[in-house]
Design a protein around this ligand. Structure first.
Ligand code: SF4
Length: 365
């Protein structure tokens, strides 16, 4: 029996999520006046400590454009009793200057269970905001742009999972968190790239269906004796990296460290000194403090780690996630002023999806 069997479709599907019906968050929370967005001495003083955090990655000439938004967002968070969760792929002015919690999908999912605020603004993509809502059904969860989708989440539906179950009766199904609530509702447990191996092995089965990322499935299959049945989804950002480009970097500087995310193709991972989730990659850089490094993942993360570790030189093959980049300071401000866009999930689907996410969250690390 092969260690990895791939199943599914490579059909092109839209990357934007299915839009949920608009919810009346603005009715529950009144719309606020749009704050003034002038650059002046008061704003400069109020935001000076935040600029210190990012001065190595954002030139001072650009700060007057960001600072009024940063100041206004931080004031409005208090008015709304809101917190901002930001993924590691958010741009430095969001990640470092307005976010209350930052991390990878697993860290954000865990933070979402502890959030003690009326409103959560999710600076990430739609499936992350859905995960926050699944874990906080009574709270208002906003995403600054409803069209912030994900090629992995768009590659599979709940109906696809039901077909897989018919084809492989009794085989447990693991879904990467990069899936819609509809898919999470159909599976046994979720995982992230931080805990995928642990989740697969926790099921005590000799065969597991793992979806939707074929590259992460391949990576997990290389680390375990469990037979993996994979789906043919892929991340459009990580799939663009090639082993050839990494070899060119290595030839130019043999001392260069290369660390990669497991959503990359197998031959890319074979060129890397370390493979891990975004959280594990950041820990690796903090621990090893290499002189020069390539982080083979979405390129805003290098800016965020650079802000923290200015002594490390980052070589940046810049693959940006177009969906993550839909989230901007002006849209975050609009979210807090107008209470949009609210994430709404059918309660019956949310309840079933919650079981899968909570099973993962409560798995001992
Ligand atoms: S980087 Fe890839 S997996 Fe992450 S949100 Fe973008 S398309 Fe999805």
């Amino acid at each position: 029996m092969p260690a990895l069997e791939t199943f599914g479709t490579t059909l092109e599907r839209p990357t934007a999520p299915t839009l949920a019906p608009r919810a009346p968050a603005a009715r529950k929370h009144r719309v606020l006046p749009m704050p003034a967005l002038d650059w002046n001495d008061d704003v400069a003083r109020e935001t000076a400590h935040l600029y210190e955090r990012i001065k190595t990655v954002i030139p001072s000439v650009e700060w007057p454009f960001f600072a009024p938004y940063v100041a206004a967002i931080n004031r409005l968070k208090k008015v709304r009793n809101a917190v901002i969760l930001a993924h590691n792929y958010q741009t430095p002015e969001i990640y470092n200057c307005v976010a209350d919690y930052v991390g990878d999908s697993l860290q954000l999912a865990r933070e979402a269970t502890k959030v003690d605020a009326d409103v959560t603004v999710q600076c990430g993509v739609h499936f992350m905001a859905e995960t926050s809502k699944i874990l906080n059904p009574d709270k208002t969860v906003l995403i600054p742009d409803l069209k912030a989708g994900c090629s992995l989440a768009a590659s599979i539906t709940g109906a696809d999972v039901r077909l897989l179950r018919e084809r492989y009766p009794g085989v447990p199904v693991v879904a990467y968190v990069n899936t819609s609530a509809d898919v999470k509702a159909e599976v046994d447990i979720c995982c992230t790239s931080s805990n995928a191996l642990q989740v697969v092995e926790s099921l005590g089965s000799d065969t597991v269906i793992f979806l939707p990322d074929r590259h992460l499935a391949n990576y997990v299959a290389s680390q375990t004796k469990v037979r993996i049945i994979a789906w043919k989804g892929a991340c459009e950002v990580h799939e663009r990296f090639t082993a050839d480009e990494l070899r060119v970097y290595r030839e130019g500087d043999p001392s260069l460290a290369i660390i990669a995310h497991p959503e990359c193709p197998k031959d890319v991972l074979e060129e890397a000194d370390f493979t891990g989730s975004t959280a594990h990659m950041i820990d690796w850089v903090r621990t090893h403090k290499p002189k020069r490094i390539v982080m083979v993942t979405e390129c805003s993360m290098a800016d965020n780690v650079q802000a923290e570790l200015p002594e490390v030189e980052f070589v940046r093959p810049c693959n940006l996630c177009p969906h993550m980049k839909r989230i901007t300071l002006p849209k975050i401000l609009d979210s807090l002023v107008y209470m949009k866009e609210e994430v709404v999930i059918d309660p019956a689907i949310a309840a079933r999806a919650r079981r899968s996410v909570e099973r993962m969250v409560h798995l001992k690390s």
